[in-house]
Design a protein around this ligand. Structure first.
Ligand code: NAD
Length: 417
């Protein structure tokens, strides 16, 4: 099954069945609350106008303001953003942070645009979203193709639309900002850091020595690079990396810093001199203890899973595994740290950033990391306790914890009118 929204639905249904969830809740949660699509014109550097299609999907806000990233990618489409928004609801609930779920994106390839065009696209999109976003209503963050600079442009555009005496109060309109413009220390690496904390929790439970272990990474952007860097610092060996330009392998180890420098210079991992170029199939077939998908959805499928031999898949990407891929790997005995846990470090530190903005505070990186560690460990323990008690896989267990919390709040509040 490769429709990303159907996969997200099936994952939810599995937990809903195990929880015997009310039918009215299944109905409510089967679709997002709001689906906003905007088409907006932007002036290009050559004087022509181009029309862009932007999305903001607000899945659920019973636990708090909608929260979720903004993706710039040429394959962004409605079902993808809907799936990503639903995953945010489950991720925030699993992490027990007071946010709901949302996601947004613009269908275009940011690599084909100058910084000036990217700024105009971002500002026009933010303007088009208008009051559909807000620091107590819906809070965007970076995702694929966007970064701290994108968030600062969004913040500045939003601030320009509010009265002078409210400007500083709305700094938390986005998270993942640069530290100088109100971001949090530790946010840039947070998703990779959270993933490493989750992997460490798994290693402790399994008595597995990470320092003697090895791993491969798909996607070498914000999540893939930081995860690789932190795991390598802990003594693990990075054996292969794949991105949109190709795949490279060195069984003796790849230095993430050197590879990052190469990517900064050339735009991708292809052509990296200190590793051999390999095919997509050879990348998936490279044996290692851990695989970290950190690129797009639907990468572990009926086609790739038969090639794969890993003890653990730690999902840095959202939705990297379809239902066939998951079944095949579970049958082989591979374990999963599901996306809603493994990549939740990003939204967790986004929450810390939002808190700091509200209180006009700035926390040290140590404080951020310490609080992130305790959140990741708590979520890991919740997931594992349910997995053991109900004899279900980690993903179903993580969803069960999350969906149950949402169910409790719906029961307490009732359904209006
Ligand atoms: P990014 O834009 O920084 O990097 C994306 C990487 O994926 C790049 O290395 C790119 O080359 C690679 N890629 C793109 N298409 C590919 C393809 N077809 N095959 C192989 N590699 C490909 O993005 P990011 O922020 O690191 O996000 C990566 C994933 O992590 C996404 O699924 C995103 O939703 C998820 N995620 C990101 C965050 C965050 O804080 N940035 C938080 C949670 C989850």
């Amino acid at each position: 099954m490769n429709n990303v929204y159907e996969v997200a639905q099936a994952q939810f249904e599995r937990a809903a069945n195990a929880l015997n969830l009310d039918s009215k809740l299944r109905l409510i949660l089967s679709q997002p609350k709001n689906e906003l699509i905007v088409n907006f014109p932007v002036l290009m550097d050559n004087g022509a106008f181009r029309l862009f299609k932007g999305y903001r999907i607000q899945h659920n806000n019973i636990m708090g303001p909608y929260k979720g990233g903004i993706r710039y990618h040429h394959e962004v489409h409605l079902d993808e953003v809907k799936a990503l928004a639903a995953w945010m609801t489950w991720k925030c609930s699993l992490m027990e942070i007071p946010f709901g779920g949302a996601k947004g994106g613009i269908k275009f390839n940011p690599r084909e645009h100058s910084a000036q065009e990217l700024e105009r696209i971002t500002r026009r999109f933010t303007h088009a979203l208008g009051s559909n976003i807000g620091p107590d209503h819906d809070i965007p963050a970076p995702d694929m193709g966007t970064n701290a600079q994108t968030m600062v442009w969004m913040m500045d555009t939003y601030m320009n639309g509010v009265p002078h005496d409210r400007k500083n109060a709305v700094r938390g309109i986005v998270t993942g900002k640069s530290v100088t413009s109100g971001g949090s220390l530790g946010r840039n690496k947070a998703t990779g850091q959270g993933l490493a904390f989750a992997v460490q929790a798994w290693a402790r439970e399994h008595n597995f020595n990470l320092a003697g272990g090895d791993f491969t990474v798909q996607g070498f952007g914000n999540v893939g690079y930081h995860a690789a860097q932190i795991l390598t610092n802990g003594g693990s060996t990075l054996k292969a990396v794949m991105d949109h330009t190709g795949a490279v392998r060195n069984l003796n180890g790849i230095d993430p810093e050197a590879l990052l420098a190469h990517c900064a210079e050339t735009g991708g991992v292809a052509g990296y001199a200190r590793a051999e170029a390999i095919s997509r199939e050879a990348f998936f077939a490279t044996r290692a203890d851990i695989f970290v998908p950190a690129a797009l959805e639907m990468q572990i499928t009926a086609e790739t899973a038969p090639l794969m031999n890993f003890r653990l898949v730690a999902e840095g990407a959202n939705g990297p595994t379809d239902l066939d891929g998951e079944r095949i790997l579970l049958e082989k005995g591979t374990e999963f740290l599901p996306d809603i846990l493994a990549n939740a470090g990003g939204v967790t530190v986004s929450y810390f950033e939002w808190l700091q903005n509200r209180r006009a505070e700035s926390w040290t990186e140590e404080r951020v990391d310490e609080r992130l560690l305790s959140k990741m460990n708590a979520a890991y323990e919740h997931m594992r306790a349910i997995a053991r008690e109900h004899k279900v896989d980690n993903r179903t267990a993580a969803y069960m914890h999350s969906v149950k919390r949402v169910q409790t709040v719906y029961r307490e509040r009732g359904i209006f009118p």
